[in-house]
Design a protein around this ligand. Structure first.
Ligand code: CO
Length: 132
C-alpha cells in the first residue's frame, strides 16, 4: 500500500531561520518554497536521497500546523508516504476502521492529491498519504 517515504514534515515558526540551519549548515538543497492555501502553510522542500524534508511554517492561526506548534512546539509533525491510488487506499483504511482526518483527498504542494490519517489510529504518528 505504502511505496516510499515521500517526505518528513517538520513544523517551524520561521522557515528562513530554519533554512539557516538545514540549508546553511547541513548543506541540504532548497528545491522550492510554496504556499499551500488548503493547509494555510508555507512549505520549503529540501530533497535528500529519494525523499525530502518539508519545513512547514503556518501563515494563519487557523492552520493545523499553527495549532501543532502551540501545543507541542516545533518539531517532526508528520511522515508522508506515497501511494498509487489515494481514493482506493482511503476506502481500504475506512473499511478497516482506521480513523481518517480527510475522508476525501485535498490538494497539497505541487497540486498532488493528499490526505491525512488520524494519529489515534497509528500509534501517535500523523501520516500523510501522497498520490504519485
Ligand atoms: Co507533508
Amino acid at each position: 500500500m505504502f511505496r516510499n517515504i515521500d517526505h518528513i514534515g517538520i513544523a517551524v515558526r520561521d522557515i528562513d531561520k530554519a533554512l539557516n540551519i538545514y540549508k546553511g549548515i547541513f548543506g541540504l538543497e532548497l528545491e522550492k518554497i510554496e504556499l499551500v492555501e488548503d493547509q494555510k502553510v508555507k512549505i520549503a522542500f529540501l530533497p535528500i536521497g529519494s525523499s525530502k524534508l518539508e519545513l512547514l511554517e503556518p501563515v494563519d492561526p487557523e492552520s493545523p500546523v499553527f495549532n501543532y506548534i502551540e501545543k507541542n512546539g516545533e518539531g517532526i509533525q508528520h511522515i508522508a508516504f506515497t501511494v498509487n491510488d489515494i481514493e482506493k487506499v482511503l476506502k481500504k483504511l475506512k473499511q478497516n476502521r482506521i480513523k481518517l482526518i480527510d475522508e476525501t483527498p485535498s490538494l497539497g504542494a505541487g497540486g498532488v492529491k493528499i490526505a491525512f490519517i488520524h494519529p489515534k489510529s497509528t500509534h501517535g504518528v500523523l501520516i500523510e498519504l501522497v498520490e504519485q
